[in-house]
Design a protein around this ligand. Structure first.
Ligand code: G3P
Length: 220
């Protein structure tokens, strides 16, 4: 399963890259607005910096702000010209799907975002989205089981051998990641703190302390 980091923070990306776990990055307008950017040009430069950190093997989903079709196309062309690894993240709307179809016909990769149902996931695949981003945590927040959605989408996509890759988003805890991996989901995108929580096990910490203690008790 591929690990994407859901952040626009350069320090976090550098850290994840150094651990060797980074396969890609997803951003959204909220995440971008937390960084040191104040204009569109700042944002474009920031995307360039992200691409430089993550390297050629990772891609970056950069989200479109525009809402109507012509504006989405215009913005998408600018974003996709910044770097070959930029994937256009386009919200699940009628204009968005039309734009996804436009870009897919031109071999420009897209990530259909803000997906909350299997019905939306079917449309994203039919339009030619390269990734589809179902938001697990936000469904859990309103008492729907986000993992059940992933399971159903995966079942439907397998039925028809859709090429669209499931990129499970809005990951909030390690269980989300483990459940996605059990289902064989292509990728998850997670904040760094949730990735870090995968490291932790109390028996590992207890084991390290005991090994060092035993060593120091004998070896002078
Ligand atoms: O980037 C999209 C998604 O991962 C957002 O997550 O935690 O804001 O629901 P969250």
């Amino acid at each position: 399963m591929k690990f994407f980091l859901d952040t626009a923070n350069l320090k976090e990306l550098t850290e994840a890259k150094s651990i060797g776990i980074l396969d890609g990055v997803t951003t959204n307008p909220t995440l971008i607005s937390k960084e040191n950017v104040f204009s569109k040009n700042d944002i474009y430069n920031h995307y360039q910096s992200i691409c430089n950190i993550i390297g050629d093997t990772c891609d970056l989903s950069a989200e479109i702000i525009s809402k109507n079709y012509n504006d989405i196309i215009q913005e998408g062309k600018i974003l996709s010209s910044l770097h070959k690894n930029i994937v256009l993240k386009i919200p699940m709307t009628q204009d968005g799907l039309k734009a996804i179809n436009f870009f897919s016909e031109r071999n420009i990769r897209t990530n259909c975002t803000l997906v909350f149902s299997s019905a939306q996931a079917i449309l994203a695949a039919k339009s030619g989205a390269y990734y589809v981003s179902p938001f697990i945590g936000r469904l859990d927040d309103i008492s729907y089981n986000g993992i059940h959605l992933i399971e159903e989408m995966n079942y439907i996509y397998n039925n028809y051998q859709f090429n669209t890759r499931i990129l499970a988003a809005s990951i909030r805890n390690p269980i989300h990641i483990i459940e996605c991996s059990k289902l064989g989901i292509y990728a998850i995108t997670s904040p760094l703190n949730v990735i870090y929580s995968l490291f932790n096990h109390p028996l590992t910490n207890i084991g390290i302390t005991k090994f060092i203690q035993d060593y120091k008790n004998k070896i002078k």
